[in-house]
Design a protein around this ligand. Structure first.
Ligand SMILES: CC(=O)N[C@H]1[C@@H](OP(=O)(O)OP(=O)(O)OC[C@H]2O[C@@H](n3ccc(=O)[nH]c3=O)[C@H](O)[C@@H]2O)O[C@H](CO)[C@@H](O)[C@@H]1O
Ligand SMILES: C=C(OP(=O)(O)O)C(=O)O
Length: 422
């Protein structure tokens, strides 16, 4: 198990390029199952989640080639059963259900278990696929969906208690592309990753409109074909480096970002007293730490609100920001595992029901810490950049799920970090 040593106290500066989005790549890779023709997807980040997705596709019978950020998938003949061994490693494997069901009229996909960031049910996914005419049963830890006579378009509302569902919207949208007739999804997730998937599906010949709004309409077609697609930049990787720059930066520039996708993060950083500047085309961003960082309140919300996937990193920033900041996670109220580790480094955080109250401390001191999930590990790396001494971040595989070559990018910015391979 690799670990990361962060020797704190070296400011970061310079320029890096942001990778393609993990959360856009995963459903797009799953969508390749909707056609037997070649799909070429560019800018797929080299992270373990996309590697697992490639293994699932291969396990289903797809022919997959991967070279310098590009993945070519040909799903000429595939089975309907996703291999449990790999599926269980990744929550996003749940988005195999929609395309497999549409293509094979039946699928068997292992149920994703609980998750350290909280309960992650899939009731809305199932409800949506049932509305399209599938029957669902759970047997031996698997969801078995079948629609022997094919899927039929329907009106489906996908609002849950905590708002819309991103992968649920993806699943229903993918399934509906090959359904007979028209499907309308209301309370759809509006995240840019949903829009990127819709763009990919349309490039395959699907008829999807309204993605990016709460109402998505899909006119079913008989067949989809191969296509070439470039994945959008990873707004969470970009946001993480923006927060790192606000915390420990002397001017950090990020290339290949999308200003629109980063609006809520930009607003939060500016409110906290930091300077964020975009070029005219909105694809290059420079962040300078403000002279007088200020406490702030952030509340996570579905897009275009502040993303839950950037909650832990902002918490890390507030830990050494003078004054009292408040962080509320409405999407995953239990997603505060990073706080216990940050406290071991000297943070002053109190937790209550989905809320962290953070009293800024003068400085942190290094400690051995344990990464508990992807974004929690990112928060620990950020905190460690300014901590006194060497922080040892264990279980680095969490961060490798979603950050492409994070140690190399940090080194390129002048941080003093070492990956220890074990
Ligand atoms: C691979 C990927 O893209 N993952 C992202 C996706 O996860 P994912 O799509 O799994 O998250 P959802 O959008 O589904 O979850 C949003 C909320 O809805 C609830 N819910 C979800 C499904 C369901 O059937 N029933 C239900 O109640 C969840 O518990 C949560 O409270 O969106 C999350 C919310 O932005 C992000 O944190 C994840 O990084
Ligand atoms: C929670 C995340 O991913 P996943 O949904 O794949 O667990 C994330 O990207 O922050």
């Amino acid at each position: 198990m690799d670990k990361l040593l962060v020797h704190g106290g070296t400011p970061i500066h310079g320029t890096i390029t942001i990778s393609g989005s993990k959360n856009a790549s995963l459903p797009i890779l799953a969508a390749t199952l909707l056609t037997e023709e070649d799909c070429v997807i560019r800018r797929v980040p080299d992270v373990s989640d996309t590697n697992y997705m490639v293994q699932i596709l291969t396990g289903l019978g797809s022919d997959v080639e991967r070279f310098s950020g590009t993945v070519r998938v040909t799903a000429a003949e595939i089975s309907d059963t996703a291999p449990y061994d790999i599926v269980r490693r990744m929550r996003a494997s749940v988005c195999m259900m929609g395309p497999l069901l549409a293509r094979k009229k039946r699928c068997v996909v292992a149920l994703p278990g609980g998750c350290v960031i909280g309960d992650r049910p899939i009731d809305l996914h199932i409800r949506g696929l049932e509305a399209l005419g599938a029957t669902a049963e759970v047997e031996g830890g698997n969801v078995i969906l079948s629609a022997p006579n094919g899927l039929k378009g329907a009106n489906i509302d996908l609002c849950g208690d905590n708002g819309p569902t991103v992968l649920g919207t993806d699943n229903v949208m993918m399934a509906a592309t090959l359904a007979e007739g028209t499907t309308t999804i209301t309370s759809a997730a509006c995240e840019p990753e949903v829009v990127d998937l819709a763009d990919f599906l349309n490039a395959m010949g699907a008829k999807v409109s309204g993605a990016g709004t709460p109402v998505i309409t899909i006119e079913g077609v008989e067949k989809l074909h191969g296509c070439v697609h470039n994945v959008i930049p990873d707004r969470i990787e970009a946001g993480t480096f923006m927060a790192a720059a606000a915390l420990a930066g002397e001017g950090v520039t990020l290339r290949r970002v999308n200003e629109g996708h980063l609006a809520a993060i930009t607003q939060a950083l500016r409110k906290a007293g930091h300077q964020v500047h975009f070029n005219d085309s909105g694809d290059v961003c420079t962040v300078h730490r403000g002279d007088t960082p200020m406490p702030a309140e952030i509340v996570t919300e579905p897009y275009p609100g502040y993303p839950t996937d950037m909650q832990a990193q902002m918490t890390a920033l507030f830990v050494t920001t003078p004054g009292t900041s408040v962080v509320v996670d409405t999407i995953f109220p239990q997603r505060f595992m990073h706080c216990a580790e940050l406290k071991r480094m000297g943070a002053d955080i109190s937790l209550s029901e989905g809320k962290a109250i953070i009293k800024g401390v003068k400085g942190l001191s290094a400690a051995p810490v344990m990464a508990s999930d992807l974004r929690a590990s990112a928060a620990l790396v950020l905190a460690a950049l300014t901590a006194k001494g060497t922080t040892e971040i264990n279980r680095l595989y969490h961060i490798d799920r979603g950050y492409e070559h994070i140690d190399e990018k940090l080194l390129a910015l002048g941080a003093n970090v070492e990956r220890v391979r074990e």
